[in-house]
Design a protein around this ligand. Sequence first.
Ligand SMILES: *Cc1c(COP(=O)(O)O)cnc(C)c1O
Length: 217
Amino acid sequence: MYEKIVAELDDKKVKLVAVSKTKPPEMIHTVYDKGQRIFGENRARELRDKHEVLPDDIEWHMIGHLQKNKVKYIAPFVNLIHSVDNKALLKTINKEAAKNDRVIPVLLQIKIAEEESKYGLSIEDARGILSLPEFSEWKNIEVYGVMGMATFTDDMDQVRREFKTLKEYFDQLKAEFFSEDKSFQEISMGMSGDYLIAIEEGATMVRIGSLIFGARN
Ligand SMILES: *Cc1c(COP(=O)(O)O)cnc(C)c1O
């Protein structure tokens, strides 16, 4: 299945984040040996522990909800944080990145699901953060784009609508805040059940777990 997904994505130049949460390092190594280099985790300490025992050339992405007091575990090495959903978190990431003398790339997680979802910024909140006077002083973070999760449903028309919305929000933020900034270019959307739709709607990065690693317990 891994090879089939990679072939589909290579055609379209979409990046694959292999979501390895709950899976042991040996299983990750098997997928690494097939050539995969980007892995995503949703818990900070699990991410740190796996980083310590797996090869150095893996690019580690944090995709799950992140609490401020856990940023320190991943700040020394994390390659992209997809799940920035509030101002205080962004400020903390900037501070921890500065301590490590690095710039941490982040995505703003935007709420697109029509269902009640716990996490994610409204588009107004995202604009609010990007308009803050402090924002331009945060030199140790760089915003690479947006991330979103569609409603968990069999209604693929609804899922497609939500992905279209995220693409529109990306285009708006790009025009309003990042027109001169080439780094703002990523749209992280699509998981095992809906990644083909996400790609049709403009995803540049998909996050796929169970199709690669099998169902989680
Ligand atoms: C678990 C997870 C995924 C992957 O889900 P699958 O359905 O197993 O592909 C993607 N994104 C986030 C934020 C996740 O937590």
